[in-house]
Write a protein that binds this ligand. Sequence first.
Ligand code: SAM
Length: 276
Amino acid sequence: MSGYWMNEINTDGYRVQWKINNILHTETTDYQQLSIVDTVEWGKALVLDGALQVSEKDEFIYNEMITHIVMHSHPQPEKILIIGGGDGGALREVVKHKDVKAVDMVEIDGRVIENCKKYLPSIACAFDDPRLNLYLEDGIKFVANSKEKYDVVIIDSSDPVGPAVQLYSKGFYENVFKVLASDGMMVAQSESPIFYQDIFVSVFDSLSTIFAQTYVYLATVPTYVSGPWSFTIGSKKYSPLKIIDDRETINGLKYYNAGIHKGAFNLPQYVKELLG
Ligand code: SAM
């Protein structure tokens, strides 16, 4: 049998295995263990601290869903902040919107960006966009100190381990609220509502106490731990249930469309009950 199996341990009682052709790169950065692997099933993939972050084969689902729902819910998303997102997938989707005038992106680990540009160029393909201002620093400190006002903030963080732990804290979200314009909205990836219920509920509870409106939507991303993946929106004014459809259509999307936008907010009963 050629190739070998990489383990991803999700909980004490659950793990998945990825069959790997090759490890293309591995290093310990200042922040995390970083690998780029060539998988048999999912194309090339970025792995941080043992958790698969993005694969060539299904990244479009996550990146379109974390980006286009909020971008199609805000009537004029001109100034955008992305926190994390070093693979460049959310950035690639944001810059497809012609209304966007400036994107500030704050990624703590420049090595993620460098390696994704080298090994995952179909994902990390928008770092040359002239609207981008890239900050290689901690997103937590950035929002604590920033005086800017953004229309949309996208929190594309890794799982709550290592440098990302505080990206799930109420104090961080309060500072995100502060850097949003008076009609701004934010979205955060909020983990699996079935495997990681504590963190999923705590993101929702934190945002509910800070924002006038809080919404959860789901998508299935096959390479994330089995089943649904959640995203949570905090909004000062606009409801994401109303799609702004007076925009020029973005051609070439592979997952997002108006039907998916509406349907993603329909939550299974167990998820509704978790959110009270
Ligand atoms: N889509 C992926 C997922 O859900 O697994 C995550 C995308 S991206 C690879 C996550 C990025 O967040 C990583 O590159 C990591 O370095 C970055 N990150 C973690 N903690 C951070 C922090 N405190 N400030 C800024 N970026 C951070």
